[in-house]
Design a protein. Structure first.
Length: 269
């Protein structure tokens, strides 16, 4: 039985299918954004032993030591888990997948002034969702633009194979992997307002700018999802969660991917 679109227009669905990404505006209201800000302000101020341990004494030379990204906050914070399962986001994902989504990962980026960007990469290199693909839901908590380290996407590269990355420029990127776009395609900026969500396919080449501002954070809440028919996923993303919060444990995808098993152990993305 075919899945009837629940919240996206045919035009929006067509854009995602053709371009590999889609911005849906206003999926979080101001009160929800404030709750996310307050939650992660507290986590950033105190840390969470065993889960999130920033260097409280770090200077301005590398602001990401003081404000590193928070990995998998849904595993230790109820608010993060609730927003990983945010109904408006899941409804969009169900339209995009044409089947229910499974939540695999949450992250929070503070992206303080002066922070490095993230080199161009492909998410399913890390998540290794099979069969099917991961989709990211990247929520702008602050406005995001070219100055404060907003997102970059390379349109239509969602049909590009997952490739073994090259080494990134350590002066510009806090991650070590870089995927070069095809010759005829360039990365374009994605400008977003607070509460907007950028959805993109796991093969789409994307990254972010350095935060060049002196006084603006670029906070973002990012989650990754798999399609309900997937049977395998990478080691850092289990268990997954259905919309009602119950756990699903997919098989471990031990395939080394395009780099083979000799490649360095993949860090969680």
């Amino acid at each position: 039985m075919s899945h009837a679109l629940q919240c996206l227009t045919a035009e929006q669905k067509n854009k995602f299918d053709k371009e590999g990404f889609l911005i849906v505006k206003g999926l979080y209201d101001s009160q929800q954004l404030q709750e996310i800000k307050d939650t992660f302000e507290e986590i950033g101020r105190t840390g969470v032993p065993g889960y999130y341990e920033p260097d409280m004494t770090a200077g301005d030379d590398d602001p990401l030591k003081r404000y590193p990204r928070v990995m998998h906050p849904h595993r230790f914070n109820a608010t993060a888990k609730r927003y990983m399962l945010h109904r408006p986001v899941l409804a969009v994902l169900e339209d995009l997948y044409e089947e229910p989504p499974l939540a695999a990962q949450s992250m929070f980026y503070y992206k303080p002034p002066g922070a490095k960007g993230q080199a161009l990469h492909q998410d399913n290199f890390y998540l290794k969702v099979e069969p099917g693909n991961c989709i990211a839901a990247w929520t702008a908590v602050d406005g995001a633009d070219e100055e404060n380290g907003g997102m970059l996407v390379v349109p239509k590269t969602h049909d590009y194979e997952i490739v073994c990355p090259e080494s990134a420029d350590a002066k510009e990127s806090f991650t070590t992997h870089f995927v070069k776009p095809p010759k005829d395609q360039k990365a374009m900026p994605v400008v977003m307002e607070p509460g907007d969500v950028l959805f993109f396919n796991g093969n789409l080449i994307h990254g972010s700018y350095r935060n060049k501002t002196k006084d603006r954070f670029r906070r973002a809440f990012i989650c990754h999802y798999a399609n309900a028919s997937a049977t395998r996923i990478g080691q850092y993303y289990r268990p997954l969660y259905r919309a009602d919060g119950t756990e699903v444990d997919l098989e471990l995808n031990a395939d080394g991917g395009p780099c083979g098993v000799e490649f360095e152990t993949l860090y969680p993305h």
